[in-house]
Structure formats: C-alpha cells, structure tokens
Design a protein around this ligand. Structure first.
Ligand code: FES
Length: 124
C-alpha cells in the first residue's frame, strides 16, 4: 500500500477562466470532485495532478490498467473506440463494465467531452 492513497484528496484549484471546461470525478468513497479540463492532457494526467488516488504505474502506456474508470454512458459514446492496446488491457481487468475505459487513453477535448463524469474503478 502506498502512502499517497491514504492521503486526503484535495480538489485541484479550479479557475473557470483558465480551464478548458470541467469534468466530475466520483472517488471510491462516493465523493464528487469537480476538476478542470485541460485540452491535450489525458484524463489520467489531470487526475494525477489533482492527487486523485490512481496509480497509473505504466505512465500512460495502456499497460497496467491502474487508471481504470467508468465513464458516464452519455459521454462514453462521444469518445473514440478503445484502440487495440487499450482493449487488450481492459480484457484483463476483473471488474470491467461496458463503460470501462483507461483514463490514460482519454485525451481531454473541451468541444467533445466538456461536462464528462467518470467514477474511479475499484483497485484490483
Ligand atoms: S496508466 Fe497504465 S493503463 Fe493507464
């Protein structure tokens, strides 16, 4: 168990004038956090910047599955289909659902997914 997982989760300072939209994250305790979207960054990178408890041990290579999130179904359809690497990794996750995605493979794009809501998947 790593220490950062036990630390309180601060909300990333949110300045609507600086952000490219926003999204909501539901953590594993059911608490809701509003985070800024930043065009060109992956959701995983934003989650880590906000100190949300995801390990993302492979650094965004779709190889560890520790950035697994459930995407609100209305928004899931707006995302590109998972590529082969992401789908291979999702196939190895036990608690996968139809709306499962790897946060490292979701690039923030305000025009397409502003208002997105995701839930952190349980750790395996
Ligand atoms: S960071 Fe490893 S799969 Fe996303």
């Amino acid at each position: 168990m790593t220490d950062h997982l036990a630390a309180p989760i601060p909300d990333l300072a949110f300045d609507p004038d600086m952000a490219d939209g926003a999204f909501t994250v539901i953590d594993r305790a059911g608490a809701s956090h509003l985070l800024p979207g930043i065009d060109g960054m992956s959701l995983m990178e934003i989650l880590r910047a906000a100190e949300m408890p995801i390990k993302a041990t492979c650094g965004g290579a779709a190889a560890c599955g520790t950035c697994h999130v459930f995407v609100e179904p209305d928004y899931a359809a707006r995302l590109p289909e998972p590529n082969e690497e992401e789908q291979d990794q999702l196939d190895h996750i036990l608690c996968v659902e139809a709306n499962s995605r790897l946060a490292c493979q979701i690039l923030w794009d305000k025009k397409k997914i502003d208002g997105l809501s995701v839930t952190l998947a349980p750790e395996e």
